[in-house]
Design a protein around this ligand. Structure first.
Ligand code: NAP
Length: 309
C-alpha cells in the first residue's frame, strides 16, 4: 500500500510565486524525496537550478512529469489546457494531477479531456498569494494557516483526495472541499471583484486631468496606496482569471454596482444613517477576519505586505 506521505517525486510545472513557494514548503515539510520542475523560459529554468529550488529542471513539461507521483500545474489558468495536452502521455499511472489555478470550472473543462483514466485529477486552489511573481518570490510560509480548496470531480478516488489533503496540510494549509462552481462564486466576491476594483480605481486615478499623478503618489497613504498593492498583481494571471470566471464575476459585479448606486444615492441625499449603518456592518466583517486568524490587527502602516496574501 502507498504511504500517504512523502511522495517519491513531485513535479512542479511553473516556477513562479506559487510554484517556488511550493518547492520551499515541500522541502520544509519533507513532503517529497525529489522535486522536478519546468517553466516556459530558459531564464526561469536556470534561475530555479541556480537557487536550488528543485532537484532537477527539464526543458519540457513532459520530461518533468515522467515518473512523478504528484504533478502540480502552477501556471496561468489559460495555459493549463495546452500544458495538460503536452504531458498527458507522460503521466505515470496512479499519479495525482493537480493545479493551483484561481478559477476551477474552466480548468476542469480544459484539463479533464487530457487526463488518462489511470491518473487521479484533483484540482486545487491555495487561497494565499502576494503581488510578487517569479522564481525568487516564493517562501515556505506562504500557505501557513491559509485555506486550500480542493474541487475533486464526482467519482474521484477518496484515497487520492486524502493524499493530496495531507500534502497541503504538510504545506501548512487548512483544507476544504467544495464543487468547482461554488468555488468560482466564492472567489469572485472574495478575490476577483476586489482585484477588478483595485485595477479600476488605480486606472481612474492614472487618467485624471484635474489631479496630477505626482499628487496621487504623494498623498497615496489616504487609502489609494492599498489598492495599488493589489493592482500591481501579475497581468497575465489576472487577465486569465477574468476570461475564465466570466459568469461568476459578472454576477457579483452586478450586485456590486447596485450597492454602489445605493451608496451614491445616500451621499446625494445626505442620508448619513444609511452610510453609518453600512460602515458599522463592514467593521464587523473586518473583526471576523481577524478573529478567524486570516489577518492580524496590526496597524496597516509598515505591515510587511510582501508576506501577506
Ligand atoms: P507567476 O509568478 O507569474 O509564475 C507563473 C509560472 O508559470 C512561471 O514560472 C512561468 O514561466 C510559468 N508558465 C507560464 N506559462 C507557461 C507555460 N505555457 N508552460 C510552462 N510554464 C509556464 O504566477 P503565480 O502567481 O505563481 O501563479 C500561478 C498560478 O497560481 C495561476 O494559475 C494563479 O491563478 C494561481 N494563484 C496565484 C496566486 C497569487 O496570488 N499569485 C494565488 C493563488 C493561486 P516563466 O517564468 O518562464 O514565464
Amino acid at each position: 500500500m502507498t504511504a500517504i506521505l512523502p511522495f517519491d517525486k513531485v513535479a512542479l510545472i511553473g516556477l513562479g510565486l506559487i510554484g517556488s513557494s511550493l518547492a520551499h514548503a515541500i522541502r520544509r515539510g519533507g513532503l517529497s524525496s525529489r522535486i522536478a520542475g519546468h517553466a516556459q523560459s530558459a531564464a526561469t529554468r536556470s534561475k530555479a537550478m541556480e537557487i536550488g529550488l528543485v532537484d532537477e529542471v527539464h526543458d519540457t513539461p513532459a520530461l518533468a512529469v515522467a515518473g512523478a507521483d504528484l504533478v502540480i500545474l502552477c501556471i496561468p489558468v489559460g495555459a493549463c489546457g495546452p500544458v495538460a495536452a503536452q504531458i498527458s502521455a507522460s503521466l505515470k499511472p496512479g499519479a495525482i494531477l493537480s493545479d493551483v489555478g484561481s478559477v476551477k470550472a474552466a480548468i476542469i473543462r480544459d484539463v479533464a479531456p487530457h487526463v488518462p483514466s489511470a491518473v487521479h485529477f484533483i484540482p486545487g486552489h491555495p487561497i494565499a498569494g502576494t503581488e510578487q511573481s517569479g522564481p525568487e518570490s516564493g517562501f515556505a510560509e506562504l500557505f501557513d494557516q491559509r485555506w486550500c480548496v480542493l474541487t475533486p470531480p464526482p467519482g474521484a478516488e477518496e484515497t487520492a483526495i486524502e493524499r493530496l489533503e495531507a500534502f497541503w496540510r504538510g504545506c501548512g494549509s487548512n483544507v476544504e472541499r467544495m464543487t468547482a462552481e461554488h468555488h468560482d462564486l466564492v472567489l469572485a466576491i472574495t478575490s476577483h471583484v476586489p482585484h477588478l476594483i483595485a485595477y479600476n480605481i488605480v486606472g481612474t486615478a492614472a487618467d485624471l486631468e484635474t489631479v496630477t499623478q505626482s499628487e496621487v503618489i504623494k498623498f497615496s497613504a489616504g487609502g489609494f496606496r492599498d489598492f495599488t498593492r493589489i493592482a500591481a498583481s501579475d497581468p497575465v494571471m489576472w487577465r486569465d482569471v477574468f476570461l475564465n470566471n466570466r459568469d461568476a464575476v459578472l454576477e457579483m459585479l452586478g450586485r456590486f454596482s447596485e450597492d454602489l448606486s445605493a451608496l451614491q444615492r445616500a451621499i446625494r441625499w445626505g442620508d448619513g444613517d444609511a452610510l453609518f449603518d453600512l460602515f458599522t456592518r463592514t467593521r464587523a466583517i473586518r473583526r471576523g477576519i481577524i478573529d478567524a486568524g486570516q489577518d492580524s490587527a496590526t496597524a496597516d502602516f509598515g505591515r510587511p505586505h510582501g508576506k501577506q496574501s
